[in-house]
Design a protein around this ligand. Structure first.
Ligand code: SF4
Length: 688
């Protein structure tokens, strides 16, 4: 029996993995305060992932561009990839090669992938799928507090709160054990859907505010307006611990609740009720998720929620706070170690001369040889195979054919590449299109560290030997780097050696891991970063914020409409999200029989009147059509749904991909796409 952590979401519930005596493996909850000894359905069934029947155990390669994939040996595959990369770089320069990572990769993989791109390939063209799911909250957190740690307090603090506002987070389905911390506080759930979390809030006397998608910012302004009217502003805190309130208030002053109702559709009485709950709570938290972030105004929307939290005096007050609920398993660590286009390890900016000097000294290179910032994920996808864009892509831990916005554009861009290399443990929808597929280890087959949504560094332990023929991502990077002329010592394949280097590279940065020693990790210490030698930091901001003046900053923000408005041809708004049985692109969970049986196909949640207006009834297959394409889903007539909004989960493949319809419009600050709102129409599938 081996203690490790769940392969899926950012709660990183602890579990024991053990043999079932018949060649398979089971998972059982392990004690862990963050998950209160719980697992959700995905965690309980994670052992089945290890027995995926279509597990890749040998590299695959196409002998010619349109030929089928064929098994080859590791040396053949790596020699071929390295040779093609070297030739492309010689012909077109280092930026002709791009790297795409993932928020589920361990800290060690995220770190070595960033180093591989900047040192072995010398390319600026690296980004990762976390750009799609946390970057707006990260940008808003940085500008407000000077640092971005999803939750700057332990999850266990939530149980002591009197009131929690959850904006755009369906926790009851995405991370159910977290709900155990939310049974005491009054809940205010902000979600266009009457989600499972909203139902729970209503059942215990809380509030559900259901704004029109894309209007959360106006709702936050309306609540702040009402808080002030209720006399709930924390004047002393605002004076002593913040700057910028007056400028922020000038944008808020016109958003009295009745005006906010006109824009959001949330009754003014409910806006005032939310304000009274928050203003009257001794301890309160405001938490945001993807629903607030995945918009073309996502960074400003999160800033509006942070402004509300600051006006109430919550961040840095013991027992209160603001936090972002990171989604992917290593969504927090994945954005700290350098696989993001604009960052170096330690959560350092790549355009900061001091950061470049420090990281270059750890890497033993000239700081001047480090490339600058590259394209963001969605822009990188658009550039693939173009005259000015990369001609080769190395992809680790991601499945953009399903998960990228406007997914119909992805396959043509991948097909235009000279070389697509995908490292995965199964033949994902993206791997199916690759020129070379490299079979890699999965969660319970590898050692490493993950960082959960509280910034808590966790030990991932190897519980099972990987199948013969499979290598770790670190071994793949080592093998390619050596073939590209780097020394093996620069790119170690051993996770412990990589962690030691990561600790040195992060030292002195915002996300300082230097005290995360193997001994402390093995002892399961509560190691929240920053953890320089000495204790970790479970709670940030108690003595001051990270800006040089120690104060948090209000940001002056105002409502903007979504990039795409409904019209006569596309009269409805589609929004997307997750369901309990699946995780991200579904590449893993669709392979677990229990989960596939629970949610076997795409659905579209729609008000019965709206369905009838489109000639549809419950259970019928519909086409959901936007300006970018169409997807198919079975109608779930839902009386609690807004009549102007439909919801689709994004875990399904082929013609059921929700991202075939989503918008590629980007937030100007974070470059995060607007997954959560696009204009659509519904029609019976049979009409197509
Ligand atoms: Fe816990 Fe998330 Fe895994 Fe469910 S998916 S068991 S909530 S870590």
């Amino acid at each position: 029996m081996t203690r490790t952590h769940c392969p899926y979401c950012a709660l990183q519930c602890a579990m024991h993995v053990e043999s079932d005596g018949a060649g398979g493996h089971t998972t059982r909850p392990a004690p862990f305060p963050t998950s209160r000894g719980g697992l959700c359905r995905k965690g309980w069934s994670a052992g089945a992932l290890l027995a995926a029947p279509d597990r890749l155990t040998t590299p695959l390669m196409r002998p010619a561009k349109d030929a089928p994939l064929r098994p080859v040996g590791w040396d053949t595959a790596l020699d071929h990839v390295a040779g093609r990369l070297a030739a492309l770089r010689a012909e077109r320069g280092p930026d002709a090669v791009a790297v795409f990572g993932g928020g589920g990769l361990t800290n060690e993989k995220s770190y070595l992938l960033g180093k591989f791109a900047r040192v072995a390939l010398a390319t600026s063209q690296i980004d990762y799928n976390g750009r799609f799911c946390m970057s707006s909250a990260a940008a808003a957190g940085l500008r407000a507090f000077g640092i971005d740690r999803g939750l700057p307090f332990p999850v266990t603090d939530l149980a002591e709160s009197d009131a929690v506002l959850l904006a755009g987070a369906n926790v009851a389905e995405t991370m159910p054990p977290l709900m155990g911390h939310l049974s005491a506080p009054r809940l205010i759930v902000v979600d266009p859907r009457r989600s499972a979390t909203a139902e729970r809030a209503l059942a215990v006397g809380g509030l559900h505010l259901a704004p029109r998608p894309g209007t959360d910012l106006a709702l936050a302004l309306g609540i702040l307006h009402a808080v002030r009217a209720e006399g709930g502003l924390a004047h002393g805190y605002i004076e002593e611990r913040t700057t910028g309130f007056d400028a922020a208030w000038r944008h808020c002053a016109g958003w009295w609740p009745e005006r906010a109702e006109l824009t959001t559709g949330v009754p003014a009485a409910d806006i005032r009720a939310a304000a009274r709950i928050l203003a009257g709570a001794g301890r309160a938290h405001i938490l945001t998720g993807r629903g607030s972030e995945q918009h073309a105004n996502g960074t400003d929307t999160v800033s509006a929620w942070i402004n509300l939290a600051l006006a109430l005096g919550l961040p840095g007050r013991p027992g209160s706070g603001y936090g972002c609920l990171t989604g992917q398993g290593n969504g927090q660590g994945g954005r700290e170690h350098g696989q993001k286009a604009d960052q170096l390890p330690g959560y350092r900016r790549i355009d900061d001369p001091a950061a470049r000097r420090h990281v270059a000294s750890v890497w033993g290179i000239d700081p001047g040889s480090l490339p600058g910032p590259g394209r963001s994920a969605s822009e990188l996808i658009d550039a693939l195979g173009t005259a000015d864009g990369p001609g080769a892509l190395l992809l680790f831990g991601s499945n953009p054919v399903v998960s990228a916005p406007g997914a119909g554009r992805v396959s043509p861009r991948l097909a235009a590449l000279d070389l697509l290399v995908v490292a995965d443990f199964v033949l994902s929808e993206t791997a199916e299109l690759a020129d070379v597929v490299l079979p890699v280890t999965q969660w319970a087959e590898e050692d490493g560290t993950m960082t959960n949504l509280e910034g808590r560094i966790l030990r991932r332990r190897r519980a099972v030997a990987p199948p013969e023929g499979v290598r770790s991502d670190l071994e793949v990077l080592h093998g390619l780097a050596v073939r590209l002329g780097r020394s093996g010592a620069e790119f170690p394949a051993d996770p412990g050696t990589v962690l030691a280097e990561l600790r040195a590279a992060s030292a002195g940065g915002a996300a300082d891991y230097s005290g995360a020693t193997p001994e402390r990790l093995a002892a399961e210490e509560a190691l929240h970063w920053p953890c320089p030698d000495g204790a970790g930091t479970p709670r940030l901001f108690l003595d001051g914020f990270t800006h040089p003046d120690g104060r948090a900053r209000f940001t002056a923000v105002d409502h903007r409409d979504t990039a795409e408005a409904p019209d006569a041809d596309y009269p409805l708004v589609a929004t997307t999200g997750r369901v309990l049985a699946h995780y991200q692109s579904g590449a893993q969970t669709r392979r677990v029989p229990e989960l596939a049986a629970a949610e076997p196909e795409a659905f579209v949640e729609v008000h019965p009147d709206t369905a009838a207006h489109s000639g549809l009834v419950d259970g019928q297959w519909a086409r959901v059509v936007s300006r970018r394409g169409a997807t198919e889903a079975r109608v779930r007539a839902t009386p609690g749904a807004r009549s102007d909004t439909v919801f689709l989960p994004f875990h399904f493949a082929a013609g059921q991909r929700a991202n075939l319809i989503t918008d590629t419009a980007l937030d100007p600050v974070s470059r995060m796409p607007e997954f959560k709102a696009c204009a659509v129409r519904l029609e019976p599938r049979e009409r197509a």
